[in-house]
Write a protein that binds this ligand. Sequence first.
Ligand code: NDP
Length: 248
Amino acid sequence: MSTAPLTGRRAYVTGGSRGIGAEIVRRLTTDGAAVAFTYSASSAHADKLVAELTADGAKVLAIQADAADREQSVAAVDRAAAELGGLDIVVNNAGAVYWAAVEDFPAEEFERLMAINIGGVFWTTRTAMKHLGDGARIVNIGSVNADRIPGPGLSVYGMTKGAVASFTRGLARDLGDRGITINNVQPGPIDTDMNPDEGDFAAIMKAVTTQGRYGSAADIAALVGFLAGPESGYITGATLNVDGGFTV
Ligand code: NDP
C-alpha cells in the first residue's frame, strides 16, 4: 500500500472555507497533510468543512482571520504553526474581486483589494517564512487576469494579481538557497461564489476559453496538490495557468 504523498506535512491555506480554497484543503488532507485554514466572516462554512474532513480522519483547524488585516494575518499564521507544530506548505488563496471602470472605482474597494490580494499574501508569506523548514512549499493563487483581461472593469483586480506573479518570481530567488519553492497558480474561470457559472459575466468568460466552459475548484486543487508535493522540487518562480485555454 502506498503512503499518501503529504503524510506528516503541515499546511496553511488562507480563505479555505469555500470555493477554490475549500477544495485545496480537501486535496491536501486527502494527500495526508494536517491543514489549518482561515476564513473571514461567518464560521458556518468553515465549521461544516472541519466536520466533514475530521469525520474522514483528517487533522483540520479553522481560524478566523481577515486577510485585509495585517495583525490578524500574522497572528493566524503563528497560531497555525503553534497548533500544527510547524509549517511545511503555505497556500495564499484568499482573494477578492471588484468590477468597475477606473474612473468609477470606489476608494474603499481599491483599498480592500490591495489589502487582501497583495497585503494578505505579503504578511502571510513573511510570517510563515520563519516557520518553514528547508524544502518547504509556497503556492500563490493568482489569476489569468494578470495576463489577459477579457472585457472592461477588471483592471484593478488584474493589477493585484500581476503583483502576486512578480512577488512569486522575486521570492523564488530569495528562498532558493533553502530549497523552498514558490509558485503562482493562475485559475481561469472557475465555478465558485466569486465567479458563478451562471453569473452576469459567465458568457464573456466561457467565450474566451477553448472549450467554452468553466473549470472546477478541483482542477485548481489538483495542481496545488502536485506543487505542494515531493515531485515538484525543481519548479519554482513559475506562473502556471489552469484556465481551459483562456490565455492562448
Ligand atoms: P470565493 O469568493 O468563492 O471564496 C473565497 C474564500 O476566501 C472563502 O473561503 C472566503 O471566506 C475567503 N475570504 C474572502 N475574503 C477573505 C478575507 N478578507 N480574509 C480571509 N478569507 C477571505 O472565491 P474563489 O474560491 O473563487 O477564489 C479563490 C482565489 O482564486 C482568489 O484569490 C481569487 O482571486 C482566485 N481566482 C478565482 C477565479 C474564479 O474564477 N473563481 C479565477 C481566478 C482567480 P468566507 O467564507 O469567510 O467569506
